[in-house]
Write a protein that binds this ligand. Structure first.
Ligand code: FES
Ligand code: FES
Length: 217
């Protein structure tokens, strides 16, 4: 029993040590979250042309093919309203609309968005004429620090469009229903990919419910 125990420990210890040694190299090469642009390769990278319509304006960019849509928007077009949080598809703060569908811009390569229509927070409304979702977030204090807010608002707009199209969620009680109800449960489920570290969730939900009422008449 004792020998077995020691043997297992020894195997585990060796495994951990090996993992740690291998991990050293990986950690040294890993880029920190929020990296501004792809790291240079040892090989020549040929820039590719990408044509995207952003907030109603057609833009043509020459990009490293590894450039994400998020980096293209922020670093190449100066549209910094779209925020970079995790840069790994985990927080939703980079959400934009691609052909009307919400997407994590950090998970989409810009080249894959060629010929697509992109709407960012800058294109939803203006200071003079806020989008109903923006106005509802202001009215309900749907934010604290505001870092997640552009993503929350774009996601909420895309989410209401999904409900309108009859797409069910994991919280939908009747998957075959002709019309989907806009309930608090539905909103919380459908917005679960948008993390708010300030935990402004109750106000975010209230804002979305109000905006849903306005946009649906
Ligand atoms: Fe894209 Fe977090 S920055 S999901
Ligand atoms: Fe601060 Fe959401 S308002 S992270």
């Amino acid at each position: 029993m004792s020998n077995n125990h020691l043997t297992r420990r020894g195997i585990l210890g060796t495994g951990v040590a090996l993992t740690a040694l291998q991990g050293r190299g990986a950690i040294a090469q890993r880029q920190p979250p929020g990296r501004p642009s792809p790291a240079p390769l040892d090989v020549d990278v040929v820039a590719v042309g990408v044509g995207i319509t952003v907030n109603g304006t057609h833009r043509v960019l020459k990009l490293d093919p590894r450039t994400t849509l998020l980096d293209a928007l922020r670093d190449h077009l100066g549209l910094t309203g779209t925020k970079k949080g995790c840069d790994h598809g985990q927080c939703g703060t980079c959400t934009v609309l691609v052909d009307g569908v919400r997407r994590n811009a950090c998970l989409n390569l810009a080249v894959a968005c060629d010929d697509r229509e992109i709407v960012t927070i800058e294109g939803l409304g203006s200071e003079q004429a806020l989008h109903p979702m923006q106005a509802a977030f202001v009215a309900h204090d749907g934010f604290q620090c505001g870092y997640c807010t552009p993503g929350q608002i774009c996601s909420a707009v895309g989410m209401l469009a999904e409900i309108k199209r009859g797409l069910p969620s994991a919280a939908s009680p009747d998957l075959s229903a002709a019309t989907m109800a806009i309930s608090e449960t539905e909103i919380r489920e459908r917005m679960s990919g948008n993390i708010c570290r300030c935990a402004a969730y109750p106000n975010i939900v209230a804002a979305i419910i109000e905006a849903a009422g306005r946009t649906n008449g």
